[in-house]
Design a protein around this ligand. Sequence first.
Ligand code: ZN
Length: 201
Amino acid sequence: MLQVINYPHPTLRHRSKALRRVDQQLCRWIAEMFQLMYEHQGVGLAANQVDLPYRLFVMNPTGDPEQKDQELAVLNPVLSRHRGSQEDEEGCLSIPEVRAPVVRAAKVVLDGFGLDGRPIHLQLEGFAARVAQHECDHLDGVLFIDRLAPTALAEVKPALEELELEFRSRRSAGEIPDDETIHRRLAELEQQRCLEPQHQG
Ligand SMILES: [Zn+2]
C-alpha cells in the first residue's frame, strides 16, 4: 500500500521522469492515490508524495469523491500559456497543518495523457489552475513553501522545523530508510517505466 510521505522526505525533492508505459501496477497505484487524496481531504496528489518517481498526478478540485467527473489522472503533464496571476492560501498533504499565500498564474493550459493513453488538453483557470500548478511543481521537486514570500516563510518556519524533527526521529527509529536506499529504489522504479532510466544494463 502507498502512503503519503511528509516534508522533508528526499523523494519530495526528486525530479520525476516521464512515463514510458502504463501497466496494471501503475493503474492500481493511481487508484490508491485517489483513495489517499480523499482520505486526507486533499484536492490533488503527485506521484512523489507517495514515494514514486513518475511524472504523474491525480486531482479533483472539488475534493468530493462522489464527483467522479471532476477527477483527473494526468501522465507526463506539461503546463503552458500561463496568464495573469492570483494569490491564495495553499496547503500540501506532505506538509500537514501548514498554510500560506502563494502567487500562481490565473490561467494555464494543461497537456498530458490519460491512463487510457488519450491526450489531455485542458484550459484551466482559478482553483483548478492552482491545483495543477501545485502538482506539476511537485514533479520537479518543488514545494509550495519554496514559493513563499520571506515573511510568509518566516511564519511557517517553526512548523517546518517540527516536521524536520519528526522526520529525523522516525528515521532513527528505522521507519524511514537512509538517502542511499531511497535513491536506489527510485532508480529501480524509473528503470521499469520511464523514458530515461538512470542506470541502464
Ligand atoms: Zn502538495
